[in-house]
Write a protein that binds this ligand. Structure first.
Ligand code: F6P
Length: 543
Protein backbone atom coordinates (compact mmCIF):
# COMPACT_ATOMS: atom_id res chain seq x y z
CA UNK A 1 0.00 0.00 0.00
CA UNK A 2 1.50 3.30 -1.05
CA UNK A 3 2.42 5.86 1.56
CA UNK A 4 2.06 9.51 0.62
CA UNK A 5 4.93 11.99 0.89
CA UNK A 6 3.40 15.33 0.06
CA UNK A 7 5.13 18.62 0.79
CA UNK A 8 2.42 20.27 2.93
CA UNK A 9 3.55 23.78 2.01
CA UNK A 10 2.54 23.10 -1.61
CA UNK A 11 -1.08 22.41 -0.69
CA UNK A 12 -3.88 24.91 -1.12
CA UNK A 13 -4.89 24.52 2.51
CA UNK A 14 -1.38 25.36 3.80
CA UNK A 15 -1.42 28.60 1.80
CA UNK A 16 -4.87 29.43 3.11
CA UNK A 17 -3.79 28.72 6.69
CA UNK A 18 -0.75 30.97 6.26
CA UNK A 19 -3.15 33.78 5.30
CA UNK A 20 -5.56 33.01 8.13
CA UNK A 21 -2.73 33.14 10.65
CA UNK A 22 -2.22 36.80 9.77
CA UNK A 23 -5.61 37.92 11.08
CA UNK A 24 -5.96 36.50 14.55
CA UNK A 25 -8.98 37.19 16.72
CA UNK A 26 -8.74 36.89 20.48
CA UNK A 27 -10.39 33.99 22.24
CA UNK A 28 -12.59 36.46 24.08
CA UNK A 29 -13.80 37.87 20.74
CA UNK A 30 -14.36 34.41 19.31
CA UNK A 31 -16.50 33.38 22.27
CA UNK A 32 -18.47 36.61 22.09
CA UNK A 33 -19.16 36.14 18.37
CA UNK A 34 -19.97 32.42 18.43
CA UNK A 35 -22.54 31.46 21.08
CA UNK A 36 -22.43 27.76 20.10
CA UNK A 37 -18.66 27.63 20.06
CA UNK A 38 -18.19 25.38 23.09
CA UNK A 39 -20.49 22.67 21.75
CA UNK A 40 -19.23 23.08 18.20
CA UNK A 41 -15.61 22.55 19.14
CA UNK A 42 -16.06 19.62 21.50
CA UNK A 43 -15.97 15.88 20.93
CA UNK A 44 -17.64 13.32 23.13
CA UNK A 45 -16.48 9.72 22.76
CA UNK A 46 -16.93 6.91 25.29
CA UNK A 47 -15.91 8.47 28.60
CA UNK A 48 -13.80 11.18 26.94
CA UNK A 49 -15.01 14.72 26.59
CA UNK A 50 -12.61 16.89 24.62
CA UNK A 51 -13.35 20.61 24.63
CA UNK A 52 -11.02 22.34 22.20
CA UNK A 53 -13.07 25.53 21.95
CA UNK A 54 -10.52 27.57 23.94
CA UNK A 55 -8.10 27.47 21.02
CA UNK A 56 -7.27 30.08 18.40
CA UNK A 57 -9.55 28.62 15.78
CA UNK A 58 -12.81 29.32 14.07
CA UNK A 59 -14.76 27.28 11.54
CA UNK A 60 -12.69 28.59 8.63
CA UNK A 61 -9.44 27.61 10.32
CA UNK A 62 -10.73 24.16 11.30
CA UNK A 63 -12.04 23.56 7.78
CA UNK A 64 -8.68 24.55 6.32
CA UNK A 65 -6.84 22.27 8.75
CA UNK A 66 -9.12 19.39 7.80
CA UNK A 67 -8.53 20.20 4.12
CA UNK A 68 -4.82 20.09 4.81
CA UNK A 69 -5.22 16.61 6.31
CA UNK A 70 -7.06 15.52 3.17
CA UNK A 71 -4.57 17.13 0.79
CA UNK A 72 -1.65 15.31 2.42
CA UNK A 73 -3.71 12.10 2.11
CA UNK A 74 -3.99 11.39 5.81
CA UNK A 75 -6.68 8.76 5.29
CA UNK A 76 -4.52 6.82 2.84
CA UNK A 77 -1.56 7.03 5.24
CA UNK A 78 -3.73 5.90 8.14
CA UNK A 79 -4.83 2.82 6.21
CA UNK A 80 -1.19 1.94 5.45
CA UNK A 81 -0.29 2.33 9.13
CA UNK A 82 -2.98 -0.06 10.34
CA UNK A 83 -2.34 -2.81 7.78
CA UNK A 84 1.37 -2.96 8.57
CA UNK A 85 2.86 -1.34 5.47
CA UNK A 86 6.57 -0.63 6.09
CA UNK A 87 5.98 3.06 6.83
CA UNK A 88 9.15 3.34 8.93
CA UNK A 89 11.06 3.60 5.65
CA UNK A 90 14.53 4.51 6.93
CA UNK A 91 14.56 1.31 8.99
CA UNK A 92 12.41 -0.67 6.50
CA UNK A 93 9.91 -1.63 9.19
CA UNK A 94 6.19 -1.72 9.78
CA UNK A 95 4.79 0.29 12.67
CA UNK A 96 2.38 -2.01 14.41
CA UNK A 97 1.89 -1.14 18.05
CA UNK A 98 -1.80 -1.29 17.11
CA UNK A 99 -1.40 -5.04 16.36
CA UNK A 100 -0.38 -5.58 19.99
CA UNK A 101 -3.91 -4.70 21.09
CA UNK A 102 -5.87 -5.91 18.06
CA UNK A 103 -8.70 -8.43 18.32
CA UNK A 104 -7.68 -12.06 18.39
CA UNK A 105 -9.45 -12.66 15.07
CA UNK A 106 -7.59 -9.82 13.31
CA UNK A 107 -5.27 -10.62 10.43
CA UNK A 108 -2.41 -8.15 10.27
CA UNK A 109 0.44 -9.10 8.02
CA UNK A 110 4.14 -8.32 8.03
CA UNK A 111 5.90 -9.73 4.97
CA UNK A 112 2.83 -11.88 4.28
CA UNK A 113 2.72 -13.37 7.77
CA UNK A 114 -0.15 -12.76 10.23
CA UNK A 115 1.44 -11.45 13.44
CA UNK A 116 -1.68 -11.58 15.63
CA UNK A 117 -1.32 -15.22 16.78
CA UNK A 118 2.24 -14.44 18.01
CA UNK A 119 0.96 -11.37 19.81
CA UNK A 120 -1.59 -13.48 21.64
CA UNK A 121 1.00 -16.16 22.45
CA UNK A 122 3.15 -13.52 24.16
CA UNK A 123 0.10 -12.09 25.94
CA UNK A 124 -0.56 -15.58 27.30
CA UNK A 125 3.10 -15.94 28.31
CA UNK A 126 2.86 -12.64 30.21
CA UNK A 127 -0.36 -13.75 31.87
CA UNK A 128 1.04 -17.12 33.01
CA UNK A 129 4.30 -15.70 34.26
CA UNK A 130 2.72 -12.77 36.13
CA UNK A 131 0.12 -15.01 37.73
CA UNK A 132 2.81 -17.32 39.09
CA UNK A 133 4.88 -14.43 40.43
CA UNK A 134 1.89 -12.64 41.98
CA UNK A 135 0.54 -15.82 43.56
CA UNK A 136 3.98 -16.78 44.81
CA UNK A 137 4.17 -20.13 43.04
CA UNK A 138 7.26 -18.95 41.19
CA UNK A 139 9.95 -18.16 43.73
CA UNK A 140 13.49 -16.92 43.92
CA UNK A 141 16.57 -19.06 44.52
CA UNK A 142 15.91 -19.37 48.27
CA UNK A 143 12.31 -20.51 47.74
CA UNK A 144 10.82 -17.23 48.96
CA UNK A 145 8.15 -15.52 46.87
CA UNK A 146 9.05 -12.28 45.12
CA UNK A 147 8.18 -9.00 46.83
CA UNK A 148 9.97 -6.60 44.48
CA UNK A 149 10.48 -6.21 40.76
CA UNK A 150 13.26 -4.09 39.25
CA UNK A 151 12.70 -3.03 35.64
CA UNK A 152 16.06 -2.33 34.02
CA UNK A 153 15.72 -0.43 30.75
CA UNK A 154 15.89 3.07 29.33
CA UNK A 155 13.88 5.25 26.95
CA UNK A 156 10.92 3.29 25.66
CA UNK A 157 12.01 0.32 27.73
CA UNK A 158 11.52 2.37 30.88
CA UNK A 159 9.29 5.40 30.39
CA UNK A 160 6.14 3.56 29.29
CA UNK A 161 6.21 0.90 32.01
CA UNK A 162 7.20 3.49 34.64
CA UNK A 163 4.51 5.97 33.60
CA UNK A 164 1.74 3.34 33.51
CA UNK A 165 2.80 1.67 36.74
CA UNK A 166 2.59 5.03 38.50
CA UNK A 167 -0.66 5.92 36.74
CA UNK A 168 -2.27 2.67 37.85
CA UNK A 169 -0.85 2.66 41.38
CA UNK A 170 -4.41 2.56 42.71
CA UNK A 171 -4.83 -0.87 41.08
CA UNK A 172 -1.53 -2.33 42.22
CA UNK A 173 -0.99 -5.56 44.14
CA UNK A 174 1.62 -6.38 46.78
CA UNK A 175 4.58 -6.35 44.38
CA UNK A 176 6.70 -3.22 44.54
CA UNK A 177 8.06 -2.27 41.17
CA UNK A 178 11.21 -0.16 40.85
CA UNK A 179 12.77 1.36 37.76
CA UNK A 180 16.49 1.49 37.03
CA UNK A 181 17.27 3.44 33.88
CA UNK A 182 20.11 5.93 34.15
CA UNK A 183 23.66 4.61 33.77
CA UNK A 184 24.38 6.73 36.83
CA UNK A 185 25.76 4.26 39.40
CA UNK A 186 24.15 6.29 42.16
CA UNK A 187 20.74 5.62 40.64
CA UNK A 188 21.58 1.91 40.49
CA UNK A 189 22.72 1.78 44.10
CA UNK A 190 19.71 3.74 45.36
CA UNK A 191 17.40 1.15 43.78
CA UNK A 192 19.41 -1.82 45.04
CA UNK A 193 19.46 -0.29 48.52
CA UNK A 194 15.69 -0.71 48.70
CA UNK A 195 15.48 -4.39 47.76
CA UNK A 196 16.40 -7.79 49.14
CA UNK A 197 18.23 -10.09 46.68
CA UNK A 198 16.30 -13.16 47.85
CA UNK A 199 12.92 -11.66 46.97
CA UNK A 200 13.74 -9.48 43.95
CA UNK A 201 12.96 -10.24 40.33
CA UNK A 202 14.91 -8.31 37.68
CA UNK A 203 13.22 -7.64 34.36
CA UNK A 204 15.82 -6.52 31.83
CA UNK A 205 14.09 -4.74 28.97
CA UNK A 206 15.95 -3.79 25.84
CA UNK A 207 14.64 -4.15 22.34
CA UNK A 208 18.16 -4.33 20.92
CA UNK A 209 19.92 -5.67 24.02
CA UNK A 210 22.85 -3.49 23.05
CA UNK A 211 22.03 -0.31 24.97
CA UNK A 212 24.99 0.74 27.11
CA UNK A 213 22.92 1.96 30.04
CA UNK A 214 20.78 -1.15 30.30
CA UNK A 215 23.62 -3.63 29.87
CA UNK A 216 25.78 -1.81 32.45
CA UNK A 217 22.94 -1.62 34.97
CA UNK A 218 21.92 -5.22 34.39
CA UNK A 219 25.54 -6.36 34.88
CA UNK A 220 25.85 -4.44 38.14
CA UNK A 221 22.53 -5.85 39.37
CA UNK A 222 23.61 -9.36 38.37
CA UNK A 223 26.92 -9.03 40.24
CA UNK A 224 25.06 -7.75 43.28
CA UNK A 225 22.74 -10.75 43.15
CA UNK A 226 25.60 -13.21 42.60
CA UNK A 227 27.48 -11.75 45.58
CA UNK A 228 24.46 -12.39 47.76
CA UNK A 229 23.07 -15.66 46.41
CA UNK A 230 25.68 -17.17 44.08
CA UNK A 231 25.83 -17.61 40.29
CA UNK A 232 23.07 -20.22 40.19
CA UNK A 233 20.51 -17.65 41.39
CA UNK A 234 20.71 -15.63 38.16
CA UNK A 235 18.38 -17.97 36.27
CA UNK A 236 15.71 -17.64 38.94
CA UNK A 237 15.94 -13.87 39.41
CA UNK A 238 16.45 -12.52 35.88
CA UNK A 239 14.08 -12.43 32.94
CA UNK A 240 14.47 -10.40 29.78
CA UNK A 241 12.34 -8.71 27.15
CA UNK A 242 14.05 -8.28 23.81
CA UNK A 243 14.27 -9.08 20.12
CA UNK A 244 17.88 -10.21 20.59
CA UNK A 245 17.91 -13.69 22.14
CA UNK A 246 21.58 -14.35 21.29
CA UNK A 247 22.76 -11.31 23.27
CA UNK A 248 20.53 -12.25 26.19
CA UNK A 249 22.00 -15.74 26.35
CA UNK A 250 25.50 -14.26 26.19
CA UNK A 251 24.53 -12.09 29.17
CA UNK A 252 23.57 -15.22 31.10
CA UNK A 253 19.78 -15.26 30.94
CA UNK A 254 18.22 -18.51 29.78
CA UNK A 255 16.38 -18.26 26.42
CA UNK A 256 13.33 -19.80 28.18
CA UNK A 257 13.19 -16.68 30.37
CA UNK A 258 12.91 -14.36 27.40
CA UNK A 259 9.74 -12.52 26.44
CA UNK A 260 10.02 -11.76 22.76
CA UNK A 261 9.24 -8.48 21.04
CA UNK A 262 9.29 -7.55 17.40
CA UNK A 263 11.13 -5.03 15.30
CA UNK A 264 7.79 -3.70 14.03
CA UNK A 265 7.20 -2.08 17.41
CA UNK A 266 9.19 1.05 18.16
CA UNK A 267 10.65 1.35 21.67
CA UNK A 268 8.53 4.39 22.55
CA UNK A 269 5.37 2.60 21.45
CA UNK A 270 6.19 -0.71 23.08
CA UNK A 271 4.51 -0.65 26.49
CA UNK A 272 1.70 -2.79 25.02
CA UNK A 273 4.13 -5.61 24.25
CA UNK A 274 6.16 -7.71 26.68
CA UNK A 275 7.90 -4.42 27.51
CA UNK A 276 4.83 -3.93 29.68
CA UNK A 277 5.74 -6.99 31.77
CA UNK A 278 6.47 -4.83 34.83
CA UNK A 279 3.05 -3.21 34.43
CA UNK A 280 1.36 -6.61 34.33
CA UNK A 281 3.33 -7.66 37.41
CA UNK A 282 2.38 -4.50 39.28
CA UNK A 283 -1.33 -4.40 38.51
CA UNK A 284 -2.01 -7.95 37.43
CA UNK A 285 -2.45 -9.35 33.92
CA UNK A 286 -6.22 -8.66 33.85
CA UNK A 287 -5.66 -4.93 34.29
CA UNK A 288 -2.89 -5.07 31.70
CA UNK A 289 -5.31 -6.67 29.25
CA UNK A 290 -7.89 -3.97 30.02
CA UNK A 291 -5.27 -1.31 29.32
CA UNK A 292 -4.71 -2.91 25.91
CA UNK A 293 -8.44 -3.03 25.30
CA UNK A 294 -8.75 0.70 26.03
CA UNK A 295 -5.99 1.39 23.51
CA UNK A 296 -7.74 -0.84 20.98
CA UNK A 297 -10.96 1.14 21.40
CA UNK A 298 -9.06 4.33 20.62
CA UNK A 299 -7.46 2.61 17.60
CA UNK A 300 -10.94 1.87 16.28
CA UNK A 301 -12.05 5.45 16.93
CA UNK A 302 -9.00 6.80 15.10
CA UNK A 303 -9.31 4.34 12.22
CA UNK A 304 -13.03 4.78 11.60
CA UNK A 305 -14.21 8.20 12.70
CA UNK A 306 -14.57 11.04 10.20
CA UNK A 307 -11.67 13.44 10.52
CA UNK A 308 -13.65 16.33 12.02
CA UNK A 309 -14.89 14.15 14.91
CA UNK A 310 -11.68 12.23 15.32
CA UNK A 311 -9.94 13.12 18.60
CA UNK A 312 -6.31 12.36 17.65
CA UNK A 313 -6.79 14.06 14.27
CA UNK A 314 -8.28 17.23 15.70
CA UNK A 315 -5.65 17.49 18.45
CA UNK A 316 -2.84 16.91 15.95
CA UNK A 317 -4.18 19.54 13.57
CA UNK A 318 -4.29 22.05 16.42
CA UNK A 319 -0.65 21.28 17.15
CA UNK A 320 0.22 21.80 13.49
CA UNK A 321 -1.68 25.09 13.49
CA UNK A 322 0.12 26.39 16.57
CA UNK A 323 3.56 25.21 15.55
CA UNK A 324 3.70 25.76 11.86
CA UNK A 325 1.52 28.86 11.58
CA UNK A 326 1.24 30.69 14.89
CA UNK A 327 4.85 30.28 16.04
CA UNK A 328 4.33 28.24 19.21
CA UNK A 329 7.37 26.17 20.11
CA UNK A 330 5.94 24.01 22.83
CA UNK A 331 2.90 22.31 24.26
CA UNK A 332 2.26 21.87 27.98
CA UNK A 333 0.65 18.70 29.30
CA UNK A 334 -0.97 19.31 32.68
CA UNK A 335 -2.71 16.30 34.22
CA UNK A 336 -4.93 17.09 37.21
CA UNK A 337 -4.17 13.80 38.91
CA UNK A 338 -0.97 12.92 40.70
CA UNK A 339 -1.21 9.44 39.22
CA UNK A 340 -0.24 10.86 35.80
CA UNK A 341 2.84 12.63 37.07
CA UNK A 342 5.10 10.76 34.64
CA UNK A 343 2.87 11.37 31.60
CA UNK A 344 4.71 14.52 30.44
CA UNK A 345 8.08 12.71 30.63
CA UNK A 346 6.65 9.74 28.76
CA UNK A 347 5.20 11.99 26.06
CA UNK A 348 8.47 13.87 25.76
CA UNK A 349 10.03 10.73 24.32
CA UNK A 350 6.92 9.71 22.38
CA UNK A 351 6.44 13.07 20.73
CA UNK A 352 9.90 14.60 20.57
CA UNK A 353 11.79 11.46 19.50
CA UNK A 354 9.12 10.86 16.85
CA UNK A 355 8.58 14.27 15.38
CA UNK A 356 11.86 16.05 16.13
CA UNK A 357 12.89 15.81 12.48
CA UNK A 358 14.08 18.33 9.91
CA UNK A 359 14.24 16.21 6.75
CA UNK A 360 11.04 15.33 4.92
CA UNK A 361 9.95 11.96 3.57
CA UNK A 362 11.53 12.83 0.23
CA UNK A 363 14.92 13.48 1.84
CA UNK A 364 14.69 17.27 1.59
CA UNK A 365 15.56 19.69 4.36
CA UNK A 366 12.39 21.18 5.80
CA UNK A 367 11.68 24.91 5.83
CA UNK A 368 8.75 24.84 8.26
CA UNK A 369 8.37 24.06 11.95
CA UNK A 370 7.89 20.43 12.98
CA UNK A 371 7.93 18.59 16.34
CA UNK A 372 7.10 20.64 19.38
CA UNK A 373 8.68 20.79 22.82
CA UNK A 374 6.66 18.87 25.38
CA UNK A 375 6.72 19.73 29.04
CA UNK A 376 4.45 19.71 32.04
CA UNK A 377 3.76 18.65 35.59
CA UNK A 378 0.60 17.74 37.42
CA UNK A 379 -1.77 20.50 38.45
CA UNK A 380 -2.03 21.97 41.04
CA UNK A 381 1.74 21.72 41.63
CA UNK A 382 2.34 23.26 38.21
CA UNK A 383 0.25 26.28 39.15
CA UNK A 384 2.68 27.06 41.95
CA UNK A 385 5.69 26.60 39.71
CA UNK A 386 5.50 27.72 36.08
CA UNK A 387 1.95 28.97 35.54
CA UNK A 388 3.13 32.54 36.10
CA UNK A 389 4.82 32.34 32.71
CA UNK A 390 1.73 30.82 31.13
CA UNK A 391 -0.55 33.55 32.49
CA UNK A 392 1.57 36.66 32.15
CA UNK A 393 4.63 35.66 30.13
CA UNK A 394 5.30 36.48 26.48
CA UNK A 395 5.19 32.96 25.05
CA UNK A 396 2.36 31.25 23.22
CA UNK A 397 1.86 27.93 25.03
CA UNK A 398 -1.04 25.72 23.98
CA UNK A 399 -1.80 23.42 26.90
CA UNK A 400 -3.64 20.17 27.45
CA UNK A 401 -5.52 20.01 30.73
CA UNK A 402 -6.40 16.41 31.61
CA UNK A 403 -8.85 15.84 34.45
CA UNK A 404 -11.27 13.24 35.79
CA UNK A 405 -14.85 13.56 37.02
CA UNK A 406 -14.42 10.98 39.80
CA UNK A 407 -11.50 10.51 42.15
CA UNK A 408 -10.29 6.98 42.84
CA UNK A 409 -10.19 7.06 46.61
CA UNK A 410 -13.52 8.86 46.82
CA UNK A 411 -12.31 11.90 48.72
CA UNK A 412 -14.78 14.29 47.13
CA UNK A 413 -13.81 17.36 49.13
CA UNK A 414 -10.22 17.13 47.84
CA UNK A 415 -11.38 16.30 44.38
CA UNK A 416 -13.68 19.32 44.21
CA UNK A 417 -10.79 21.57 45.16
CA UNK A 418 -8.53 19.93 42.60
CA UNK A 419 -11.12 20.20 39.85
CA UNK A 420 -12.10 23.74 40.78
CA UNK A 421 -8.49 24.63 40.03
CA UNK A 422 -8.62 22.61 36.82
CA UNK A 423 -11.58 24.57 35.46
CA UNK A 424 -10.43 27.89 36.89
CA UNK A 425 -7.05 27.76 35.21
CA UNK A 426 -8.31 27.34 31.66
CA UNK A 427 -10.90 30.05 32.26
CA UNK A 428 -8.26 32.39 33.68
CA UNK A 429 -5.84 31.65 30.85
CA UNK A 430 -8.48 32.52 28.32
CA UNK A 431 -10.31 35.43 29.89
CA UNK A 432 -7.55 37.02 31.92
CA UNK A 433 -8.34 40.06 34.02
CA UNK A 434 -8.96 43.48 32.50
CA UNK A 435 -7.65 46.80 33.74
CA UNK A 436 -11.16 47.76 34.85
CA UNK A 437 -11.48 44.57 36.90
CA UNK A 438 -8.08 45.13 38.49
CA UNK A 439 -9.00 48.72 39.42
CA UNK A 440 -12.32 47.68 40.88
CA UNK A 441 -10.66 45.02 43.03
CA UNK A 442 -8.00 47.39 44.34
CA UNK A 443 -10.53 50.12 45.08
CA UNK A 444 -12.63 47.61 46.99
CA UNK A 445 -9.56 46.80 49.08
CA UNK A 446 -9.36 50.49 49.98
CA UNK A 447 -5.98 51.06 48.36
CA UNK A 448 -4.78 54.65 48.05
CA UNK A 449 -4.70 56.11 44.52
CA UNK A 450 -0.93 56.39 44.06
CA UNK A 451 -0.24 52.80 45.13
CA UNK A 452 -3.17 51.61 43.03
CA UNK A 453 -1.91 53.37 39.86
CA UNK A 454 1.58 51.92 40.34
CA UNK A 455 0.22 48.40 40.80
CA UNK A 456 -2.42 48.20 38.07
CA UNK A 457 -0.22 47.22 35.08
CA UNK A 458 1.31 44.31 36.96
CA UNK A 459 -2.03 42.87 37.96
CA UNK A 460 -3.58 42.80 34.49
CA UNK A 461 -3.89 39.40 32.80
CA UNK A 462 -4.28 39.78 29.06
CA UNK A 463 -5.81 36.32 28.75
CA UNK A 464 -6.19 34.90 25.24
CA UNK A 465 -4.03 31.92 26.22
CA UNK A 466 -5.18 28.69 24.56
CA UNK A 467 -5.94 25.37 26.17
CA UNK A 468 -7.68 22.10 25.39
CA UNK A 469 -9.59 20.34 28.14
CA UNK A 470 -9.76 16.55 28.25
CA UNK A 471 -12.33 15.59 30.83
CA UNK A 472 -12.63 11.84 31.46
CA UNK A 473 -14.89 9.98 33.83
CA UNK A 474 -12.34 8.07 35.85
CA UNK A 475 -8.72 6.96 35.70
CA UNK A 476 -9.08 3.25 34.89
CA UNK A 477 -6.79 0.88 32.98
CA UNK A 478 -9.19 1.17 30.06
CA UNK A 479 -9.38 4.95 29.90
CA UNK A 480 -5.62 5.18 30.41
CA UNK A 481 -5.02 2.83 27.48
CA UNK A 482 -7.25 5.00 25.32
CA UNK A 483 -5.53 8.20 26.46
CA UNK A 484 -2.05 6.93 25.63
CA UNK A 485 -3.21 5.55 22.27
CA UNK A 486 -4.79 8.93 21.55
CA UNK A 487 -1.38 10.57 21.88
CA UNK A 488 0.23 7.84 19.75
CA UNK A 489 -2.17 8.55 16.91
CA UNK A 490 -1.78 12.30 17.37
CA UNK A 491 1.96 11.78 16.79
CA UNK A 492 1.19 9.83 13.62
CA UNK A 493 -1.11 12.52 12.20
CA UNK A 494 1.39 15.30 12.90
CA UNK A 495 4.12 13.30 11.17
CA UNK A 496 1.93 12.75 8.13
CA UNK A 497 1.05 16.42 7.81
CA UNK A 498 4.65 17.52 8.34
CA UNK A 499 5.78 14.86 5.85
CA UNK A 500 8.40 13.42 8.17
CA UNK A 501 9.26 9.89 9.26
CA UNK A 502 8.00 9.66 12.83
CA UNK A 503 9.26 6.17 13.63
CA UNK A 504 13.03 6.37 13.42
CA UNK A 505 15.36 8.13 15.85
CA UNK A 506 18.71 8.64 14.15
CA UNK A 507 19.19 11.82 16.14
CA UNK A 508 20.07 9.93 19.30
CA UNK A 509 22.93 7.99 17.69
CA UNK A 510 25.70 10.62 17.47
CA UNK A 511 25.81 11.27 21.21
CA UNK A 512 26.01 7.51 21.87
CA UNK A 513 28.95 7.18 19.43
CA UNK A 514 30.85 10.07 20.95
CA UNK A 515 30.23 8.82 24.49
CA UNK A 516 31.90 5.53 23.53
CA UNK A 517 34.84 7.45 22.06
CA UNK A 518 35.21 9.50 25.21
CA UNK A 519 34.93 6.44 27.42
CA UNK A 520 37.98 5.14 25.55
CA UNK A 521 39.77 8.43 26.25
CA UNK A 522 39.47 7.76 29.96
CA UNK A 523 41.75 4.76 29.55
CA UNK A 524 44.42 6.61 27.52
CA UNK A 525 47.27 8.72 28.91
CA UNK A 526 46.78 11.33 26.21
CA UNK A 527 43.22 12.01 25.22
CA UNK A 528 42.36 11.97 21.52
CA UNK A 529 41.75 15.13 19.60
CA UNK A 530 38.54 16.99 20.47
CA UNK A 531 37.55 20.63 20.20
CA UNK A 532 39.34 22.80 22.77
CA UNK A 533 36.33 23.10 25.07
CA UNK A 534 35.72 19.34 25.22
CA UNK A 535 39.47 18.63 25.64
CA UNK A 536 39.69 21.11 28.51
CA UNK A 537 36.73 19.52 30.27
CA UNK A 538 38.10 15.99 29.76
CA UNK A 539 41.51 16.98 31.14
CA UNK A 540 39.84 18.43 34.20
CA UNK A 541 37.70 15.33 34.72
CA UNK A 542 40.73 13.03 34.41
CA UNK A 543 43.07 15.08 36.60
O1 F6P B 1 17.27 6.56 22.85
C1 F6P B 1 17.17 5.81 21.70
C2 F6P B 1 16.47 4.51 21.92
O2 F6P B 1 16.71 3.72 20.80
C3 F6P B 1 14.97 4.66 22.16
O3 F6P B 1 14.26 4.86 21.00
C4 F6P B 1 14.68 3.39 22.87
O4 F6P B 1 13.43 3.46 23.48
C5 F6P B 1 15.84 3.34 23.83
O5 F6P B 1 16.92 3.82 23.07
C6 F6P B 1 16.16 2.00 24.42
O6 F6P B 1 16.51 1.06 23.46
P1 F6P B 1 16.53 -0.48 23.78
O7 F6P B 1 15.16 -0.89 24.17
O8 F6P B 1 17.00 -1.15 22.52
O9 F6P B 1 17.50 -0.70 24.92
Amino acid sequence: MSFPSINPTQTTAWKQLAQLAKSPETLQQLFAEEPKRAAQFSISWQDFFVDYSKNHINTTVMDALLDLAKEVKLEQARAAYFVGAPINKTEERSVLHTALRANKQADIRVAGHNVVPEVYAVRQQIKDFCTSVIHGSLTGATGQPFTDVVNIGIGGSDLGPAMITEALAYYKNHLNVHFMSNVDGDHVMEVLKKVNPATTLFVVVSKTFSTQETLSNATTAKNWLVDALGESAVGKHFVAVSTNVTAIEAFGIDAKKVFPMNDWVGGRFSLWSAVGLSIALAVGPENFETLLDGAHQMDAHFAQTPLDQNIPVVLALLTVWYNSFLGAQSEAIIPYTQYLHRLPAYLQQGIMESNGKSVDRNGNHIGYQTGNIIWGEPGTNAQHAFFQLMHQGTKLIPAHFIGYVSPLHGNQAHHDKLMANFFAQTEALMNGKTEAQVREELIEKGMDKATLEALVPFKIFLGNKPSTTLLLDKLTPKSLGALVAMYEHKIFVEGIVWNIFSYDQWGVELGKQLANDILEDFTLTNIKHHDSSTSQLLERYKS
